[in-house]
Design a protein around this ligand. Structure first.
Ligand code: AP5
Length: 207
């Protein structure tokens, strides 16, 4: 099963993709996590993308597409994939259709005031890439590996605004793109993590 996630920053794409990866035993591939890992390791890619990501803009398509194509060739993707953060524009979506088309695009729909509070309260583990909300995990330490949690550099108000603009202008049109292909499953993302996950599983089962 090949699944992609659509939805604005903070909609819960990463949270849901990580849960479904465990349920379906297919890899959760987050382009944001791939870039952040490169930044952390100081690789040439990390150096190239750091300022772009910190500004809330999109990394150039050719670099992003080639990283995703390489990742999809790995053996763990033979059973499928859960792509979180890709595609983000029409060009990326068309390139994915030509190599490993998704069976379904899960569109996590959410009210803007809720997502701003989710991003403002998000804490990320620099070691295992787990993400938590301060209301659910008030400790400063990652519940999985014990490392001190940090605030993502792009989770500051000005960059959040920029990321939302980019989402609305470049990524939101993909909702119509996948709708026309008959591959769209829209889920109410304003609910609890468990309820959103249950609705996705139920929706995928019916398709
Ligand atoms: P990326 O890492 O993909 O960021 P994003 O799309 O902005 O999405 P987020 O990770 O912010 O949100 P999410 O929807 O995954 O929410 P989460 O589950 O964490 O990309 C970062 C950057 O990399 C981009 O800006 C761009 O520069 C670059 N990039 C990446 N892909 C690219 C591409 N394809 N092309 C070009 N550039 C690219 O949840 C958020 C918070 O809410 C968490 O604290 C979570 O615990 C909490 N939460 C989640 N669900 C719920 C719920 N139901 N109820 C209560 N709390 C919840």
């Amino acid at each position: 099963m090949n699944i992609i996630f659509l939805g604005p920053p903070g909609a819960g794409k990463g949270t849901q993709a990580s849960l479904l990866a465990g349920l379906y035993d297919i890899p959760h591939i987050s382009t944001g996590d791939i870039f952040r890992d490169n930044i952390k390791r100081g690789t040439p890619i990390g150096k190239e993308v750091k300022l772009i990501i910190d500004a809330g803009a999109l990394v150039p398509d050719d670099l992003t597409i080639s990283l995703v194509k390489e990742r999809l060739k790995r053996e763990d993707c033979l059973k499928g994939y859960l792509l979180d953060g890709f595609p983000r524009n029409l060009y990326q979506a068309e390139s994915l259709e030509s190599v490993a088309p998704p069976d379904m695009a899960v569109n996590v729909d959410i009210d803007q005031d809720i997502l701003v509070s989710r991003l403002a309260g998000r804490r990320a583990c620099p070691n295992c890439a787990g993400t938590y909300h301060v209301s659910a995990v008030p400790s400063e330490l990652c519940p999985v590996c014990g490392v001190k949690l940090t605030v993502r550099p792009d989770d500051v108000p000005e960059t959040i605004r920029k990321r939302l603009e980019v989402y609305n202008s470049q990524t939101a049109p993909l909702i119509a793109f996948y709708g026309q292909l008959g591959k769209l499953l829209t889920i109410d993302g304003n609910q609890s993590i468990e309820k959103v996950c249950g609705d996705i599983v139920e929706g995928l089962r019916k398709e």
